[in-house]
Write a protein that binds this ligand. Sequence first.
Ligand code: GDP
Ligand code: MG
Length: 163
Amino acid sequence: PHPIVAIIGRPNVGKSTLFNRLVGKRLALVDNRPGVTRDRREGDASLLGLDFRIIDTAGYEDEDPDSLPGRMRRQTESAVQGADVALFMIDARTGLTPLDEEIARWLRAAETPVILVANKAEGRAGEAGMLDALSLGMGDPVALSAEHGEGVVELFEALRPLV
Ligand code: GDP
Ligand code: MG
């Protein structure tokens, strides 16, 4: 029974890209349109020899923006409840949004340990978002580029004591 790691975050931050990288297969759909992952997906992940079960969350088929927070909340809470660790992913390029702050509040209320991950941090475009992320009060974010495979060692070091 491997530990369970859930990737949490608003649409389009790169959750499925990280999931695919960790599982090593294209099991999750990556799309430029926000919210195209229709189901919660699970896979066996391996990160520098650390083995765990990874869960990719999403599932927003309707375009009604008013219903998004409620659906995200239910899905986030059920994934976090069953997980040993939550990877809370934000987009280092866009900075924090109100939805990020709302998800942070749900995660603070849960007992599951949270690792804050700032994705799309390749190059210099992510630097402002990294600073912004500190205001969440969830510690130093792990800077990651799921697309380019940067920050993998730092993610490993953050996960190792928790899984
Ligand atoms: P999700 O909705 O959170 O699952 O996000 P996706 O994994 O579907 O990615 C959304 C968009 O962000 C896609 O266009 C990805 O190619 C892009 N993306 C994902 N990771 C990175 C990254 O590390 N850097 C950049 N620049 N783009 C990324
Ligand atoms: Mg997705």
